[in-house]
Ligand binder design. Structure first.
Ligand code: HEM
Length: 525
């Protein structure tokens, strides 16, 4: 009996100690750490909006975003930072170029300076790591190469890099062109049914479908139908999670069986199980063939499955890692590319003279045939227009890192565990680096290449830079050039009078009300 009493006291004492430790930790996270960090940054001249307990600066950010979402800009206005990231605009005007803000209890520094950006992005010491995102992001984006750090990142990046070699990309050109021709045929049908020459098409939805189709074919090859179903389910999951992203994230809350969580678990299981079945199918069909060629398919899935079979530990992937990479491939690969296509058509509709110049260039280099990768690489003007679109309407609005230890950044000392956000939207339109016409559409600024376009070679970071530069950059540029060449050969584009200029931050640079565009067939081919 006595023993039980002692055990009871001991357990109660332990529980109290654990509780006190938890309360102290909470106080440290919610009160003391923010207070100490604010003071330490103030000493270095870094200020920012007031921190509110638990919520940080999220409430002000939400209010400003909500108000900005109501605003419709003049169609010719490319000074869009005020609409897409109004909070950064407000805070930089009040506190200067570098300021401190709070994503809940998470401290973050915003920078938009190419010298600091270069220091962060070219770092190889691991001081600036990829932040560990909350579960909502990982569930739909996958814990793949873009989220990993250290040796895991090196292993995944080495396995995936061969998927994007020049030769592999050349092979993909045919698949990309076939998907685009399907879309074009659909447009022609619509024009025929409507019984008139011009049709109005909402470009962002159309390009989203197209880039999904392309990424599905490249990722899953002959399994593209099943793969397409998986990606459709993943897209639903993305939408479900994005809707809750601006809300305060309470660690551990993902385990609570709320209706929203339950729905998310169901969707996540659905995506994971379908991918598992696809991978299993590949393994089995290779086994059935006796796997004499040692090949699991010439698509991205084949490459990943092959990496699960290798005996080389530094190039091996587990089943769960393959699932994560498939999700990542879809997440990083299609929305971004769709946005680049959409905003390019928008800018070409506004600037008819550029549309004409590009059409001439395409017809000179490729005629009316289906361009191949070599022809596409000769389209210099198109390249300039795409870079200018990426500058003004960058699909990725900001890149994020987290200090893994106390680190000197320029003249600042940044403590461990602080997020640093590089605001591309602002960096890309800084008058200091781009000149007085920073907000104008002027593709010719890229005539001598990216590094000569501004006063600093890293003032353009549309695809990032350094060791973590976009893995799919060449894939995306090839796809976009091919699609636009095929479209410019066959159609001309004009903005519909219904268009409302409302770029918005929805993980990528979205057109809030779409881009309704009048599409005029050029030839009745
Ligand atoms: C116009 C289209 C695209 C844009 C603007 C874009 C932009 C970017 C940017 C800015 C980064 C760097 C992020 C950082 O430093 O944190 C990045 C990374 C990445 N991108 Fe892209 N991207 C595009 C298309 C693609 C495509 C088509 C794929 C794959 C098929 C892809 C796969 C990736 C991956 C895997 C990473 C992470 C690399 C790493 O951390 O090692 N991207 N992208």
């Amino acid at each position: 009996m006595m023993v039980y009493t002692y055990v009871g006291y001991f357990a109660a004492g332990l529980a109290v100690q654990v509780l006190v430790a938890k309360i102290l930790k909470l106080c440290w996270i919610v009160l003391w750490r923010p207070y100490a960090l604010i003071k330490s940054f103030e000493k270095q001249g870094i200020k920012g909006p007031s921190y509110s307990i638990l919520h940080g600066t999220l409430p002000e950010m939400k209010t400003l975003l909500k108000a900005a979402n109501e605003v419709i800009l003049d169609t010719n206005c490319h000074d869009i930072a005020q609409r897409v990231q109004p909070h950064y605009n407000r805070w930089s005007a009040e506190y200067g170029e570098v300021f401190l803000f709070w994503r809940g209890v998470q401290p973050a520094i915003r920078i938009a300076d190419p010298k600091l950006a270069k220091q962060i992005l070219s770092d190889k010491s691991g001081a600036y790591a990829q932040p560990q995102f909350d579960h909502r992001l990982l569930s739909f984006a996958g814990n793949g190469v873009g989220q990993l750090n250290g040796p895991d990142w090196v292993r995944h990046r080495s396995i995936l890099t061969p998927a994007f070699t020049k030769d592999k990309l050349k092979l993909m050109t045919k698949r990309m062109a076939a998907c685009t021709i399907d879309m074009i045929d659909d447009w022609k049908n619509r024009a025929r049914i409507a019984d008139h020459q011009n049709i109005t098409i909402e470009m962002s939805e159309e390009f989203k479908k197209l880039t999904c189709d392309v990424i599905t074919h490249t990722a899953f090859g002959s399994n593209y139908v099943e793969g397409g179903e998986v990606f459709k389910a993943q897209d639903e999951l993305i939408h479900h999670c994005v809707a809750t992203m601006a809300d305060l994230y309470i660690p551990g809350s993902r385990f609570l069986p709320t209706p929203s969580n339950r729905q998310m678990w169901k969707m996540e299981n659905n995506v994971n199980n379908s991918l598992r079945r696809l991978i299993q199918g590949r393994l089995e069909s290779a086994q059935a063939r006796g796997n004499l060629d040692g090949c699991y398919g010439d698509d991205v899935l084949g490459l990943l499955v092959e990496a699960s079979k290798t005996t080389n530990k530094s190039l091996k992937l587990t089943m769960d890692e393959i699932i994560d990479e498939c999700k990542q491939f879809f997440f990083s690969g299609h929305e971004t590319t769709a946005k680049l296509l959409t905003w390019t058509i928008f800018l070409l509709s506004l600037h008819q003279e550029w549309q004409e110049r590009l059409r001439e260039e395409v017809l000179t280099e490729c005629g009316m045939g289906i361009p191949d990768a070599d022809m596409v690489s000769k389209l210099k003007l198109l390249n300039m227009v795409l870079l200018e679109t990426l500058r003004l309407y960058c699909p990725v609005l900001e890149t994020l890192r987290e200090t893994s230890r106390a680190t000197k950044l320029g003249d600042f000392l940044i403590p461990k565990g602080v997020f640093i956000t590089i605001q591309l939207v602002q960096l890309h339109r800084s008058k200091e680096y781009w000149g007085e016409d920073a907000n104008d559409f002027n593709p010719l600024r890229f005539k001598n290449g990216v590094s000569q376009a501004a006063k600093h070679p890293n003032a353009f970071l549309g695809f990032g830079m350094g060791p973590r530069t976009c893995l799919g950059q060449n894939f995306a540029m090839l796809e976009v050039k091919l699609v636009l060449s095929l479209l410019l050969q066959r159609f001309s584009f004009f903005l519909s009078p219904e268009y409302k200029h409302a770029p918005a931050n929805y993980l990528t640079m979205e057109a809030q009300y779409g881009v309704p565009t009048i599409v005029k067939p050029l030839l009745s081919k």
